[in-house]
Design a protein around this ligand. Structure first.
Ligand code: C5P
Length: 397
C-alpha cells in the first residue's frame, strides 16, 4: 500500500511519543520507509535506540551534527520524503511551526521542506483548547498542513477531553489517504453522516443521538482507497476525516440539497440518521413560555434522501447504500426497507440499548443486497468501514 513511499517522521516531546514506536512499525508493515527525526525533548520519552531499531534507519536529532551534515544536509533531508509526518505534534512544536521558527533540526526541516506535511497533535486538553493553540492550528491548516486527531478520552495527566494523539492505525489511514493510489482512485462517492437538527424556533431543535462515528469512518476508509469523497454531515460529535470535501448542514432539507448538488457520483452511502419529521412552520422568534399554555408542535415528513437518490431515473449513482438501525426483526425490517427505498444495499444493525452500539465504538452489521443477507461479526466501527469500503471498491471496478 505504501511501498516505495518514504515518510520523514518527526517525533515531538510528549508522552504520546511511545505510540510513535508502534506507528513506525505499522507504516513499515505497509511498505513505507521511515526516516526518523527526534526533538531533544522526544528523547526524554523514548530512546533514539528504540526508534532507530524499529525504523531500521539512523535517527536524526541534532542540527549541528557534522557527520549528518556531511552525509546529508538538512535541506536535503527535508526533501527526501513523500510526506513529513509530525507525531506527536506538541503544542510547542505547533506554535513553532505556525511562527516559522527554525531553532533545531525538526523545525528547520519543517521550514525547509517542499513536501506535504501532516501533524498528529497530542497535548493536555487545556493546552489543546487554549486560544493560542487553536490559532496556531488555523494558521497551520491555512498553510496546507493536514491534521489527524486529536481524539477525546482519558489523558495521561488524569484529565478528560480532546488532546489524545490519534491511534497509530488512524494515522496510518490518513497517511495512506494522502499518499496512496487505490482501487477507488478517480471515483466520486457521496457519504452522509451524523444527525440532523430540525428547528422548533431559533434556539430549540429536535435531534437524535447519532454521533457520526460510523459515517465518518466510512468516509475515511473510502478516502484511503483513493475515492474522491464528498462528506455531507449534520452536526456530529466526531470531526470529519482528513482529505475529504466537507459540506456541513443542519436540517434534512439542507442535507438533501447538498447531496443533490454533489451528484453525479459513482456511489452514495447514506449513513446519516436523518430526522423523519420536521416542525411545520418553525417559529422565527423564540416561543415564549406562557403559564398554563403548552405549545403544540405540528410535524410534516422530511424528504427521504436515500429513496429519492435510489429511485432517480437519470444520473443515479451505480451503487446506492442505505443504513437501517433497527431494534427488532432486524433482517426482515431491513430487507423490506431495501425494497421500499430501491437502494442496492442496506447495512442493517441492531441498535437496541443492550447492544451498546449507538454511541459506542463497535458495530455488528448485516449486509443486505440482492443476493441475500450476510451477517458480519461484531467489530470496531473502523473495521466495519474498511470492510464496507473494500466491498464498494470490488463492486465499482
Ligand atoms: O430512517 P430510516 O430507517 O428510513 O433510514 C434508513 C436509511 O435512509 C439511512 O441510510 C438514512 O441515512 C436514509 N434516510 C435518508 N433520508 C431520510 C431518512 C433516512 O436518506 N429522510
Amino acid at each position: 500500500m505504501l511501498s516505495g513511499k518514504r515518510i520523514l517522521l518527526i517525533i515531538g516531546g510528549g508522552i504520546a511519543a511511545y505510540k510513535s514506536l508502534d506507528l513506525i512499525r505499522r507504516l513499515r508493515e505497509r511498505g513505507a520507509a521511515v526516516t526518523p527525526v527526534m526533538t531533544r525533548a522526544a528523547a526524554e520519552f523514548v530512546t533514539p535506540l528504540s526508534v532507530s531499531a524499529l525504523a531500521g534507519e539512523k535517527v536524526y536529532t541534532d542540527l549541528f551534527d557534522l557527520t549528518d551534515e556531511a552525509e546529508m544536509g538538512h535541506i536535503q533531508l527535508s526533501r527526501v520524503a513523500d510526506l513529513v509526518l509530525v507525531a506527536p505534534a506538541t503544542a510547542d512544536l505547533m506554535a513553532k511551526m505556525a511562527q516559522g521558527l527554525a531553532g533545531d533540526l525538526a523545525t528547520t526541516l519543517l521550514l525547509a521542506t517542499d513536501t506535504p506535511v501532516m501533524i498528529a497533535p497530542a497535548m493536555n486538553v487545556r493546552m489543546w483548547e487554549h486560544p493560542a493553540t487553536q490559532r496556531n492550528l488555523a494558521v497551520l491548516r491555512g498553510d496546507g498542513v493536514s491534521v489527524v486527531g486529536p481524539n477525546a478520552g482519558d489523558m495521561a495527566c488524569g484529565e478528560y477531553g480532546p488532546g489524545r494523539m490519534a491511534e497509530p492505525l488512524e494515522i496510518v489511514d490518513a497517511v495512506v489517504g494522502a499518499l496512496a493510489d487505490g482501487p477507488l482512485t478517480g471515483k466520486r462517492i457521496v457519504v452522509t453522516s451524523g444527525p440532523t437538527h430540525e428547528p422548533i424556533d431559533p434556539v430549540r431543535y429536535i435531534a437524535n443521538r447519532s454521533s457520526g462515528a460510523q459515517g465518518t469512518a466510512i468516509a475515511a476508509a473510502l478516502r484511503v482507497l483513493g475515492a474522491e469523497v464528498v462528506f455531507v454531515t449534520g452536526p456530529a460529535e466526531v470531526s470529519p476525516p482528513e482529505g475529504v470535501e466537507v459540506v456541513r448542514v443542519n436540517t434534512a432539507r439542507e442535507m438533501r440539497a447538498a447531496v443533490l448538488a454533489a451528484l453525479p457520483a459513482e456511489a452514495a452511502v447514506f449513513a446519516a440518521a436523518v430526522a423523519d419529521w420536521k416542525v411545520i412552520a418553525a417559529s422565527d422568534s423564540k416561543i415564549k413560555k406562557v403559564a398554563g399554555a403548552l405549545p403544540v408542535l405540528e410535524f410534516e415528513e422530511n424528504p427521504d434522501i436515500l429513496a429519492e437518490v435510489a429511485q432517480m431515473t437519470e444520473g443515479r449513482p451505480t451503487l446506492v447504500v442505505g443504513f437501517a438501525a433497527e431494534t427488532n426483526d432486524v433482517i426482515d425490517n431491513a430487507t423490506a426497507k431495501r425494497a421500499r427505498k430501491g437502494c442496492d444495499w442496506i447495512v442493517a444493525n441492531d441498535v437496541s440499548p443492550e447492544t451498546g452500539i449507538m454511541g459506542g465504538s463497535e458495530n455488528a452489521v448485516t449486509l443486505i443486497s440482492g443476493s441475500g443477507a450476510e451477517a458480519w461479526p461484531r467489530m470496531g466501527k473502523h473495521a466495519v468501514a474498511r470492510q464496507l469500503a473494500a466491498r464498494i471498491a470490488e463492486t465499482l471496478v
